[in-house]
Design a protein around this ligand. Structure first.
Ligand code: RFL
Ligand code: PHB
Length: 388
């Protein structure tokens, strides 16, 4: 088989890249080692930046997003002193949208299959060869056990943090930066109307809590827990009672309902650079991870792909390499801004350290909600910096 761009991974990065390339007349083949149902059901991100929504809308992928997604014009930041609201349009002229990653992926898979473009789910033995030549190849075995060889002009590694492509980059020129955090998130999805109109990020002496949502009938909530926390120690009653404690303010009650999904997520920052070697390009979680506190992971995958699409169009469509040569530098500017914001927001909201640390966090939170300069800076970062 011959294609212009071989794409490893059918997460948001790989699927969106294939769609944006097709709009530019560049063909691609996507290979994914999980099933279509698994990829579409994976519960992850929920908040889309304005730039992500604009990108999806301009690419013709915005119909359901605009119908079912919820525009949020702010968030609440809470401490035991009270719940404060930040008004994003008033602070920076932008908003965010609550629309689950599951829905984004569903829309992308539907668009790709409707266009009849080749997508292989449930592949195994994915391998990439000859990335330093002009004809890199991808080999894999399809769901029926048939081996394939894909001859490409370029390969995009969109295979997430646990994928195979990052390890193909030359270790002598590769640099990585890592930060592990001494806490994790216990996340639940529950069939109950959200008890809030906008997301609540709460600092509490017991630890951080977040009230998010997926729709008018589905809530998504998180609790800070220990990194190695045993999920079986958390009964439904214990989860709801701890959420009520950490999210509670006078006169406010958290509605409860059946819990349909629960998981523990480790928290880590990770950046690997360069994001390219020869004709192999990395995008999204394959190249970097942020802790979920700033809601940046999916949005960074989208911004990488927007930049990468320009670079690949010039490289394989027109034989020009300047944008490909600049890819790492342009993408990393935004990656490091989001890495800093996610680290900062994480460090401000999670309990760790001693009472001195707690007083610094509370002072910082009071500053963010009371100073125009600080809240503008928060709003600008949370709603997302420009992609280019
Ligand atoms: P993905 O989504 O991991 O997709 C990679 C795909 O590659 C496949 N793959 C392979 N395919 C073929 N051959 C191989 N050898 C392969 N190895 C792997 C995988 O099966 C998979 O389908 O990466 P991508 O596309 O870069 O997208 C990144 C986002 O998924 C991620 O950053 C976000 O989910 C992070 N995140 C959040 N991001 C936000 O922007 N806003 C949020 O509110 C937000 N909340 C979250 C989050 C992540 C969370 N978890 C569980 C990590 C909340 C949580 C709890
Ligand atoms: C979510 O809805 O899953 C969510 C929202 C905001 C975050 C992280 C996750 O910061």
């Amino acid at each position: 088989m011959r294609t212009q761009v071989g794409i490893i991974g059918a997460g948001p990065a790989g699927l969106l890249l294939s769609h944006l390339l097709a709009l530019r007349g560049i063909d691609s083949v996507v290979v994914e080692n999980r099933s279509r149902d698994y990829v579409q059901a994976r519960i992850r991100a929920g908040v889309l930046e304005q730039g992500t929504v604009d990108t999806l809308t301009e690419a013709g992928l915005g119909q359901r997003l605009h119908r079912e997604g919820m525009r949020h014009d702010g968030i609440y930041l809470q401490t035991p002193a009270g719940r404060e609201h930040l008004d994003f349009p008033g602070l920076c002229g932008r908003s965010v949208w609550v629309y689950g990653q599951t829905e984004v992926v569903r829309d992308l898979v539907a668009a790709r299959l409707a266009a009849g473009r080749p997508t292989y789910f449930e592949v195994s033995h994915t391998a990439v060869h000859d990335t330093d030549s002009d004809r890199p190849r991808v080999t894999f075995v399809d769901a029926d056990g048939r081996p394939h060889e894909l001859e490409c002009d370029a390969v995009a590694g969109c295979d997430g943090f646990h994928g195979i492509t990052r390890d193909l980059l030359e270790t002598s020129t590769q640099q990585t930066w890592t930060r592990s955090y001494p806490y994790a998130w216990l996340g639940i999805l529950a069939t109950v109307a959200p008890s809030t109109d906008e997301l609540i990020y709460a600092w509490h002496p017991h630890g951080f809590a977040l009230h998010s949502m997926r729709s008018a009938h589905v809530s998504r909530l998180y609790l800070q827990v220990e990194p190695g926390e045993d999920l079986t120690l958390w009964s439904d009653d214990r989860i709801w009672s701890e959420l009520q404690t950490r999210l509670g303010v006078d006169g406010w009650l958290l509605e409860t309902g059946p819990i349909t999904d629960r998981s523990i997520t480790a928290m880590r920052s990770f950046v690997s650079a360069p994001m390219r070697q020869g004709r192999l390009f990395l995008a999204g979680d394959a190249a970097h991870i942020v802790p979920p506190t700033g809601a940046k992971g999916l949005n960074l995958a989208v911004s990488d792909v927007v930049v990468l699409c320009d670079a690949l169009t010039a490289l394989v469509g027109e034989g020009r390499s300047e944008l490909a040569d600049a890819y790492t530098e342009v993408a990393l500017r935004r990656v490091w801004r989001a890495t800093h914001f996610s680290w900062w927001m994480t460090s401000m909201l999670h309990r760790s350290g001693d009472d001195f640390d707690a007083q610094l966090q509370l002072s910082q939170l009071a500053y963010v909600t009371s100073s125009r300069a600080a809240s503008e800076s928060f709003a600008e970062n949370y709603t997302g910096m420009p992609i280019r």
